[in-house]
Structures are given as C-alpha cells and as structure tokens.
Design a protein around this ligand. Structure first.
Ligand code: GAR
Length: 183
C-alpha cells in the first residue's frame, strides 16, 4: 500500500512508521506527509525524503492523495477533523491512533495530554492506545488494534503519556501490517 501520514504536532508516531518501513516491518511505503500547520514533525519527512505539504483545505488534500496514488491514510496526531470530502473517497482506508483505551476517553475534547489528565484523575487502573478506522464521528470507528498497560505505579499524567506513547509507536506499525494482511 502507498501510505499518507497526516500530522499536527511532534510527529513521533510518524517517525516510528518511517523507522518501521526502513526496517521492513511492513511492505507498504510512506509516500506523502500532510500537515494542517507548520508542525514540528515535518522535519522527519524531510530527513527521509518524503514529499511533505502543509495544506488546510480538504479538497486540496484529496487532490494530493490522488496525485500520489495513496491507498491508506494514517492519522498520527492529526488534530483536525477529516471532512466528508476525504471520508467518502477513502472510506475504510483511513486509520487513527488515539492515546486511550477507546471507547473510553474518546471524542471531541480528548486529545494529547488532556486524555492522560482525565485518566489520571479518575484513578484508572489501566490505560493504553488504540488504532481504529475513521468514520464520520470522532474516535468511533472499528478498532484495528488496542494494547493496554497497568498505570497504577505512575504518579502523573505525563508519566502515563510517556508509556502510552511507547505503545502507540508499537501498535501503529503493527496495525499497518495487519491491514496489509487483510487486503
Ligand atoms: C499522540 O499521542 C496521538 O495518539 C495523539 O496525539 C499525539 C501525537 O503525538 N492523538 C490524539 O490525541 C488524537 N485524538 P506525535 O505527534 O508525537 O505522534
């Protein structure tokens, strides 16, 4: 599959995918990177010579997806809702990584450290990460992979975030592999 990765921030999940491709952990190739702003993570795309674009308009993004013959879109810390324009064309071919055990701590107000703050304040025993298909609602599509850890020994939302991020980096590449095998 030809993959496009969408980011908005640090891009550590993008980096984990770039590394996984280099290490032949899946057969697909990352051919395009899209960001809705001048994200820090664009740096990783430049290092790997992957065409990267900052585009805010979903019609223009769709044109790029077609131009680069993209099969699968991976939302990796992309904090903008993907509109119907893209969803219609890429139905069942867009996945997202989310830093919680969905359906818990998902939805509009749950992203980044906010998720971990809520999880911490609620004294949850477990947290984790989820890769899921993207549908018209936020964080609600079918789950591809999910992995959990016991977080009782952690003393802050930041500690939980650090450990959950390690899980994210691991399951995102495995999700790509799983989707390849299912195609
Ligand atoms: C990741 O933790 C990702 O799960 C989260 O943003 C972070 C991006 O980190 N996404 C969401 O919260 C989406 N609702 P990264 O830029 O270092 O990959």
């Amino acid at each position: 599959m030809r993959i496009a990765v969408f980011i908005s921030g640090t891009g550590s999940n993008l980096k984990s995918l770039i590394d996984a491709e280099k290490n032949n952990e899946f057969n697909s190739s990352i051919n395009l990177i899209i960001s809705n702003k001048d994200a820090k993570g664009l740096f990783y795309g430049k290092g790997a010579n992957i065409p990267s674009f900052v585009i805010k308009n979903d019609n223009e993004i769709l044109e790029k997806l077609k131009e680069y013959k993209i099969d699968l879109v991976v939302l990796a810390g992309y904090l903008k809702k993907v509109s119907d324009v893209i969803l219609k064309e890429y139905e069942n071919n867009i996945i997202n990584i989310h830093p919680s055990l969905l359906p818990k701590y998902g939805g509009k107000s749950f992203y980044g450290i906010k998720v971990h703050r809520e999880v911490f304040e609620n004294n949850e025993k477990y947290s984790g990460a989820t890769v899921h298909y993207v549908d018209e609602n936020i964080d609600s599509g079918n789950i591809v992979l999910q992995e959990k850890i016991n977080i009782q020994k952690f003393n802050s939302p930041e500690e939980i975030q650090k450990e959950v991020l390690k899980i994210e980096h691991n399951i995102l590449k495995k999700a790509v592999k799983k989707i390849e095998e299912e195609k």
